[in-house]
Design a protein around this ligand. Structure first.
Ligand SMILES: NC(=O)c1ccc[n+]([C@@H]2O[C@H](COP(=O)([O-])OP(=O)(O)OC[C@H]3O[C@@H](n4cnc5c(N)ncnc54)[C@H](O)[C@@H]3O)[C@@H](O)[C@H]2O)c1
Length: 444
């Protein structure tokens, strides 16, 4: 109880001092350390499992649910599951009216930061889907307000808590492959959301129960088109998503970041087909250089990301692993004493197989990323994908998406000052303008 009260006092002073905002939570109510009340924003799609998995904690109450779509697959289904939860279609109302302890944000990417930042302004703990934000500026702002306010945060890269990724991290930390010299990560699947090469003309009637303006939120206004944006297909469009790297990078690069202790790259460069200002490419290669860490072999380490249908680092990994043994997505860490294959959601494998035939692999139990967060909000344990860690990971992913938009241009990143020195066009892509009427004090 004392912990929460202290946190709120801190939120109050830091908001008044740092962000120039009033303390919105003025009820003085001490949150129970026994139970956690949660509001969920975006309850269809991934938001459904975010909500249901978190509610498996015996200490959690889902008290309010919000979705811009009131129909059966979205708010309707959630309301059936949690009939006592108050229903909303506008997240600004749920944050103002419901004094919950915590908020889960599972909207499309472009709305993560506005909702999560506003929740933290109000002193709420936050679970927010990956990638944490849509722009680098937003990622830095979320990490900053999370740190200042002392709320408990977790980004939704839930695979981090699975035994497979944790084992991979343990193997590297235990020195199984020695210091790491280079990393290749890839996602060779065909994006399920490639729809068109440009924005479709015209408009479709907005279905009953869909609040299109709320779906657009901070994004520039555009007409509703059936099955083009809502639901799921928003991934195709730059205004709402971060493409294939944005979709998978926070999962696949997570054990790379965790095992090597990476923070911010010093440079990034991409090879990608030319693109317009509307849609994402269906393939890309992004080459990052990071400063070396205690777990890497040199002063710097190269991490290469590859995506596109069937695109795998076959040539680059010749002599390390045969092409037919490369999974559809994952990473290979090449170390001084051997290599480690980390399939995306699969058991890690030490290479060469003959050398490591008798190797002992960690035997770990799967944990729940959701329950880890809910427990940490109640003062039990801690989260590993907190916004300090997730902010760095997301910034890295988003710098890669800037490089994809400016192919064959080496971008030099000064992380402390947040500058892409000498690249004014790229620098403008670090942030974006929020739609009039949707600006958020301290964020936009
Ligand atoms: N961690 C994972 O493995 C994983 C998997 C899939 C998706 N995701 C992430 O989850 C998020 C949602 O993706 P999705 O595939 O579920 O998208 P989706 O479009 O299928 O579902 C989004 C849901 O949020 C609702 N919504 C949209 N805008 C909203 C708003 N402003 N306020 C309230 N509700 C809103 C929609 O109506 C829908 O119910 C994305 O950030 C995505 O990257 C993560």
């Amino acid at each position: 109880m004392t912990r929460r009260l202290n946190r709120r006092t801190f939120v109050k002073s830091s908001l008044l001092a740092g962000f120039g905002l009033p303390l919105i939570r003025t009820d003085g109510r001490a949150a129970s350390t026994e139970r956690l009340s949660i509001a969920c924003v975006g309850v269809g799609g991934k938001g459904w499992s975010d909500m249901v998995e978190t509610a498996k904690s015996p200490n959690v109450d889902i008290v309010a649910i919000c979705d811009i779509d009131e129909t059966a697959n979205h708010l309707g289904r959630a309301a059936e599951m949690f009939p006592k939860a108050t229903r909303y279609t506008d997240w600004r109302e749920i944050l103002d009216k419901e004094k919950t302890d915590a908020v889960i944000v599972s909207t499309p990417d472009h709305m993560h930061a506005p909702v999560a930042f506003s929740a933290m302004q109000r002193g709420r703990h936050v679970y927010c889907q990956k990638p944490l934000t849509h722009t680098v500026h937003e990622a830095r702002a979320l990490a900053s307000i999370a740190r200042e306010s002392g709320v408990v945060t977790q980004m939704g890269n839930q695979i981090q808590a699975f035994a497979e990724y944790r084992s991979a991290v343990q193997l590297v930390h235990g020195g199984a492959i020695g210091k790491v010299k280079e990393v290749f990560s890839w996602q060779a699947g065909t994006p399920g959301w490639r729809l068109a090469d440009d924005r479709p003309a015209g408009k479709d009637p907005i279905p009953e129960g869909v609040h299109w303006d709320n779906w657009l939120g901070v994004a520039p206004k555009r007409p509703f088109k059936e099955k083009i944006y809502h639901a799921f297909n928003w991934r195709h469009w730059q205004d709402f998503s971060n493409g294939q790297l944005g979709d998978f990078g926070c999962h696949i690069l997570d054990p790379v970041f965790m095992s090597l202790g990476l923070t911010a790259p010093v440079s990034v460069e991409a090879t990608a087909p030319p693109m317009n200002r509307e849609v994402w490419t269906s393939s890309a290669q992004v080459r990052y250089v990071f400063p070396g860490t205690e777990r890497t072999a040199g002063d710097t380490i190269n991490v290469t990301w590859i995506d596109g249908p069937g695109h795998k680092p076959v040539e680059q990994l010749k002599g390390v692993i045969d092409a037919d043994k490369l999974p559809g997505s994952g990473s290979v860490l090449i170390g001084e004493k051997g290599s480690l294959l980390i399939p995306h959601v699969g058991a890690p494998k030490l290479l060469p197989e003959e050398t490591f035939a008798d190797a002992e692999y960690p035997q770990l139990e799967r944990q729940s990323h959701y329950i880890l967060w809910a427990d940490a909000c109640r003062g039990v344990g801690k989260t590993n994908s907190n916004f300090s860690y997730a902010g760095n990971l997301t910034e890295t992913i988003l710098l890669g998406t800037i490089a994809i938009r400016l192919p064959e241009t080496k971008l030099t990143w000064d992380a402390p000052s947040m500058k892409l020195t000498g690249h004014p066009k790229a620098a403008r892509m670090l942030t974006k303008k929020y739609r009039k009427g949707w600006e958020i004090d301290g964020l936009s």
